[in-house]
Design a protein around this ligand. Sequence first.
Ligand code: FAD
Ligand code: UDP
Length: 377
Amino acid sequence: MVGAGLSGAVTGRLLAEAGYRVTVVDARDHIAGNCHTRRCPETGVLVHVYGPHIFHTDDAEVWDYVNRFERFLPYKNRVKATTGGAVYSLPINLHTINQFFGKTLRPDEARAFIEEQADTSITDPQTFEEQALRFVGPALYEAFFKGYTIKQWGCHPRELPASILKRLPVRFNYEDDYFSHRFQGMPETGYTEMIGRILDHPGIDVHLNTRFTRDQSGRYAHVFYSGPLDGWYEYDIGRLGYRTLDFERFTYDGDWQGCAVMNYGEESVPFTRITEHKHFAPWETHAGSILYREYSRACGPEDIPYYPIRLVTEKALLRRYAERAAAEGGVTFMGRLGTYRYLDMDVTIREALDTGHRFLNSREKGQEMPALTSSVS
Ligand code: FAD
Ligand code: UDP
């Protein structure tokens, strides 16, 4: 398993339970990949080191899986947004609409009001901007989405696909849960502890501070690679585009913002959001507080890749890498970097379980495991 994140840990555990000897390597000095959490020794706050991670899923099997290794405590993500000198509730809901437009609309009235604002000439929105103008209209788009998205993606929303905005609901009631999934929660002791327990099996050896390169593949019966797809080929035909994040850490003696996540809609504010980590564990009490101001920028060769960009040029390059990958034997590409997709944790676990089962089935039948098990383009 190349990578001790969720992908490598979950597939590794499944194969170890089936009797395989599994070696997990990670270039970093810790397990858990980007889900890594660490307790701050000074304040006792559990910090989401690579940005805020909230577990949410509709997949009952995945929910049972994570609960096998960790106690999840109830947590709803209630995000706030600062824009135009006021604080609002996200995702856009009846409270946001009434507060923003200074009205007291009921659900049906709000729906009709927003429909009046919307650009109904857009029948099949293709871009982020068209999707926003069609479903919330120009005023809410400008206040909440345009500036934030320019900062987050480094390009204009008319260059981005509508699918990015489709991740967010618009609600005509007062429900302000950021996610609509049935099962949601936070790991009581942290994601790192949970992934540590997944990796804790006599058939699994973990080696940290160990970078894997393709030429080492011969030592193993099969390689499951959750590193970057283009990295497997030493980026020889170019780099797939990513956004990276810079976290500006600061501390406060008390409660700095009163919620876990505050987004900043305006382009003139250079960061996208501020995360106050102690609010992810409301069952804990800490006097001190740790906060991250989050800045997004283009990812250079030495930076950590966070968000795959997937615009037209990246997709063309991705297709070329994917064609090469599909022809490989003895390796399977997996996870958010290996398949160059934005994957939530629950989808990562689902795919890692499916990949493991597929490997066991193909071994039983004496067949070769495919290098790509999901469509990446
Ligand atoms: P990773 O966690 O990236 O693990 C890959 C590992 O491989 C890394 O540790 C890396 O060091 C290692 N590696 C790479 N190349 C090599 C090599 N050559 N040799 C050795 N090791 C190597 N999901 C949610 O469900 N909810 C959220 O709220 C949420 N928030 C997020 C916020 C941010 C800012 C980001 C970026 C993602 C968020 N996610 C969230 C998604 C979540 O982080 C991913 O689903 C998850 O990390 C994917 O796990 P992975 O194992 O595929 O990849
Ligand atoms: N978005 C925005 N304003 C916000 C929150 C989100 O414009 O306050 C846009 C932004 O382009 C983001 C997308 O909506 O990439 C999807 O939001 P989500 O919260 O899913 O972003 P992620 O979890 O990927 O950071």
